[in-house]
Design a protein around this ligand. Structure first.
Ligand code: GLU
Length: 269
């Protein structure tokens, strides 16, 4: 790692043709649990624009369980596993309805793809998934992916959408995976406890040091934390997919990343 070399081939990102974007619950909901329509609309607008530029985008979106909880006015801490699954069943519809409404404003069709771990465990299942994504792409439809939380019991769960997005990146052989979260990227120390913490603009090798930084930031993150994001970076590498971790609340973030601007942490490993 050479921290002063800020570009580190970011110009490569301008050539992105196939892109997987993961949006976390914190980037889609308010503290009340209800959907943050402004944030969703901003992300949809940016994705629609990338789509219009000819970039093939797959969106992996969390927020189903949160949307279900918000709808029924329940608190996440007080519900059982079956209730959580029910919240996913309720919330996934709310989420997709909102995406459909917003994407259609920009003239774009969407398709819902709900997956579980089993879809990635055999070559045959993965091939079937790939065929679905390829066909959606052929018809210029943006796939909106989530885990099939309503039925996925622990044994067949991927468990978090950071990992899910990387597995999807493998299947579609994406050039780039962008993980949008509520943190600006990977820091050299926990930024909530250390005001001098510095954001790493890029990482070019997955060293034990980098992995230890992820552990340190875990408690400030929502579902998954930074360690699942680092695991996602490693999985994405299997299909030669680069990863950027960035803050979904920053205006025009997707375009800026794809223009090669130094924003978030770029994992060119
Ligand atoms: N699949 C979950 C949901 O849509 C989110 C999982 C995650 O945030 O990693 O609510």
């Amino acid at each position: 790692m050479t921290p002063h070399h800020f570009d580190n081939n970011r110009s490569e990102l301008k050539k992105t043709k196939k892109l997987v974007i993961k949006v976390g619950t914190s980037s889609l909901t308010h503290a009340t649990g209800k959907l943050n329509l402004q944030k969703i609309d901003s992300i949809v607008l940016q994705i629609a624009n990338l789509h219009n530029k000819g970039i093939d985008v797959v969106l992996v979106s969390s927020g189903a369980i949160a949307a279900g909880l918000g709808k029924l006015g329940l608190d996440k801490r007080s519900i059982s596993l079956p209730d959580k699954q029910a919240m996913a069943a309720i919330g996934q519809n709310i989420l997709i309805h909102m995406y459909m409404k917003m994407f259609s404003e920009y003239g774009i069709n969407i398709g819902q793809v709900l997956l579980t771990k089993e879809d990635f465990q055999s070559e045959n299942r993965s091939k079937l998934c790939k065929d679905t994504f390829d066909s959606l792409s052929k018809y210029h439809v943006i796939p909106i992916v989530n885990e099939n939380d309503a039925v996925a019991v622990e044994e067949i769960k991927v468990g978090d959408n950071d990992t899910l997005s990387a597995l999807v990146a493998n299947i579609v052989e994406a050039d780039l995976l962008i993980i949008l979260s509520d943190i600006d990227g990977l820091y050299d120390a926990n930024p909530t406890h250390n005001p001098d913490a510095i954001l790493l603009p890029y990482v070019d090798e997955m060293t034990p040091y980098i992995e230890s930084l992820a552990q340190d930031t875990d408690n400030i993150m929502g579902t998954g934390g930074m360690s699942t994001k680092i695991e996602a970076v490693k999985i994405a590498k299997l299909s030669n997919t680069k990863t950027v971790i960035a803050n979904g609340n920053v205006k025009n973030i997707l375009n800026d990343i794809l223009e090669g601007k130094s924003i978030g942490t770029y994992f060119n490993i």
